[in-house]
Design a protein around this ligand. Structure first.
Ligand code: PMP
Length: 420
């Protein structure tokens, strides 16, 4: 018989609700017991710069994917204010009805030009872009074949679409080939989805090789540039520029405005009929959802200008990355499978130990989060550091020292049952 749960208690025994409530309490209790600050949902009182304010203290910050320091760049902030002054705080309508403003088309043309494709579409969220675009493109009878480390937003899209999802080994074209050899004939349309830069591991998507295999088997290709735009390529134009590929090497270029571009929102770029259809018919992407806040588009346009006008930011991002890597390698820290990109996983297996390192760094005035399950598999817990162009060598050197010490202390701690 169905149990009666009572008003306000309908989800109390939902497996995730119950598990998360218990986990939150356990984590809070542990930090209390060790008399350490709880770094989860750290309440920042300033912009997400290389130094942030927290409880009146200053922390060196590695938690922000503000790769080029643009989210608080004066010109980006000013452009957001200008758009706010001209167009107001909200689009106050979906674009097709009364929401359209010239800034959208301006950014879409810039993005289409960058990818050498016919058209682009900007949206309110990167997550919803993946979910909505894949949800719109695939159907029951189709398949998405995804890298094993693909972002959850892609998985949401496949679920939304009703298509099947298959997975190939991370960044392994031969694994993709064997999946396609076995399964391609069973499906109508097939979409291979990878990322340009994997956000938990700091690896670079092997786009040329993977796209070549996909083409052999008559599959479409989609690339998520969330962490590669503004980071890869001589001018920060992402993996297309990095690998020197034509625009039509990929069917759907997807990205976010929320990382290197210092704003908020997402985009897709590709063929004009495809993008045109999404503009009017993809629920949640443009249709049946308010247009992006004008300030976010103004900010992203200014960020693209700065990418051109201040190329030294990209140079500094990569010199900082090389320097930090050499410091961590010297200190024998385990950087997992990372490939020397500005995303540094520092492996500290066991959830409690990873959380301990994060809290201990916080005590030393350094902030970055611990990444634990379900974001990464149990046993591969880690600290994650995002490098930016704006970190100083002093900050990097001090962080490497404190981190090495915190990891040494954490490794000597007994495992804590019930967490990790
Ligand atoms: N794709 C990837 C690979 C991401 O890392 C993220 C955000 N972490 C998203 C999509 C979603 O982007 P947004 O933050 O703009 O919703």
């Amino acid at each position: 018989r169905r149990p009666r749960r009572g008003p306000g208690r309908q989800f109390a025994d939902h497996p995730e609700v119950a598990a998360m409530a218990k986990k939150r309490a356990t984590i809070a209790e542990l930090y209390d017991r060790f008399d350490m600050p709880n770094p989860v949902f750290l309440l920042r009182e300033s912009a997400n710069d290389t130094v942030i304010r927290w409880q009146g203290r200053e922390l060196v910050n590695f938690g922000a994917y503000n790769y080029l320091g643009l989210s608080n760049h004066p010109k980006v902030v000013q452009a957001a204010k200008d758009a706010l002054d001209t167009y107001g705080a909200s689009a106050s309508a979906s674009r097709i009805v009364a929401g359209e403003i010239p800034l959208y088309a301006e950014l879409e043309q810039r993005l289409a030009g960058m990818y050498d494709v016919a058209d682009a579409l900007v949206t309110t969220s990167g997550y919803l872009t993946n979910a909505g675009v894949i949800g719109f493109l695939l159907r029951d009878g189709d398949v998405a074949i995804c890298d094993s480390l693909i972002h959850r937003s892609v998985v949401s899209g496949v679920q939304w679409s009703g298509a099947r999802q298959l997975t190939f080994r991370h960044n392994d074209p031969e694994s993709l080939r064997s999946v396609l050899r076995m399964a391609r004939a069973n499906f109508d349309r097939a979409l291979v989805v990878i990322e340009g830069h994997y956000s938990m591991d700091g690896t670079i998507g092997k786009l040329p090789e993977i796209a070549a295999v996909a083409r052999e088997f008559d599959c479409a290709v989609m690339v998520d540039e969330a962490h590669s735009l503004g980071v890869f390529g001589a001018n920060g134009r992402g993996v297309r520029e990095h690998f020197g590929l034509p625009g039509d090497a990929v069917d759907i270029w997807m990205g976010t405005l929320s990382k290197a571009l210092g704003s908020c929102g997402g985009f897709v770029a590709g063929d004009s009929d495809l993008i045109g259809a999404m503009k009017v018919a993809a629920p949640g992407v443009a249709m049946l959802s308010g247009g992006p806040a004008p300030s976010t588009i103004g900010a992203a346009l200014a960020a693209l200008d700065i990418l051109d006008m201040e190329p030294q930011r990209l140079t500094r991002l990569w010199s900082n990355t090389e320097f930090f890597r050499s410091l961590l390698v010297e200190r024998d820290l385990d950087l997992g499978v990372s490939e020397g990109t500005p995303i540094f996983p520092v492996m500290v297996p066991q959830e409690f130990r990873a959380g301990f390192v994060s809290a201990r760094l916080l005590q030393q005035g350094i902030y970055t989060g611990a990444i634990t399950a379900p974001a990464v598999p149990v046993g591969s817990e880690r600290l994650r550091f995002f490098l930016t162009s704006e970190h100083t060598t002093d900050q990097l050197r001090r962080t490497a020292d404190e981190l090495a010490e915190a990891v040494r202390v954490a490794e000597a701690l007994p495992a804590v049952n019930g967490i990790g």
